[in-house]
Design a protein around this ligand. Structure first.
Ligand code: ATP
Ligand code: MG
Length: 158
């Protein structure tokens, strides 16, 4: 069933408002116009967003910000990005971050809790929907996870 991306993202943001308020994290949502509708399983897409946003909240200190954006790429694909200003990930770990159970720095991971499955599940879901997921991070400055999803209708090329 076709999904309106903006609605899915604002519902996801709503699920994190209380957690963000508690950490005094400024949660921003930027939706560009127009956004094509996408075919995706709503529960699975919610799962991806919850995994990415829970990481962003977990790994971002008090008083910082998280930005969620969506825009249409030139080829019609929708690009969704979850960006934080948190602790970041060292370059050497970035290649392996989507592996099951892979976690950066055992000490920090133990204190944070979790199993190391969130990103692996997100990748699995995005790829079964025909999209791609990538992560950019600067250690100590912040992290951005981007994923794409195909639009309902291919663009008409003129
Ligand atoms: P789970 O999601 O299963 O509860 P987790 O959050 O540790 O556990 P993933 O979501 O797969 O597992 O993330 C893997 C690792 O990547 C994390 O342990 C953390 O070290 C690092 N990481 C993920 N997202 C971020 C982020 N936004 N900022 C900094 N580090 C991150
Ligand atoms: Mg996680």
């Amino acid at each position: 069933q076709p999904l309106a991306v903006g609605e899915v993202l604002s519902d996801a943001a709503d699920r994190f408002t209380v957690q963000c308020e508690q950490k005094e994290i400024d949660l921003r949502l930027h939706l560009s116009d127009p956004l094509p509708r996408i075919y995706a399983d709503r529960d699975q897409l919610d799962q991806v967003l919850d995994n990415l946003m829970s990481n962003a909240v977990k790994y971002t200190p008090e008083g910082k910000s998280i930005t969620v954006t969506a825009r249409r790429r030139f080829d019609g694909f929708v690009i969704i990005a979850v960006s934080d200003t948190g602790i970041g990930i060292p370059k050497k770990d970035l290649d392996r971050i989507f592996e099951r159970f892979y976690r950066v720095d055992k000490a920090r991971s133990r204190s944070m809790g979790g199993t190391g499955l969130g990103l692996a599940i997100a990748k699995e879901i995005v790829e079964t929907h025909g999209g791609k997921i990538t992560m950019d991070s600067r250690y100590g400055f912040g992290t951005t996870v981007r994923f794409t999803l195909p639009p309902c209708e291919p663009e008409v090329v003129r």
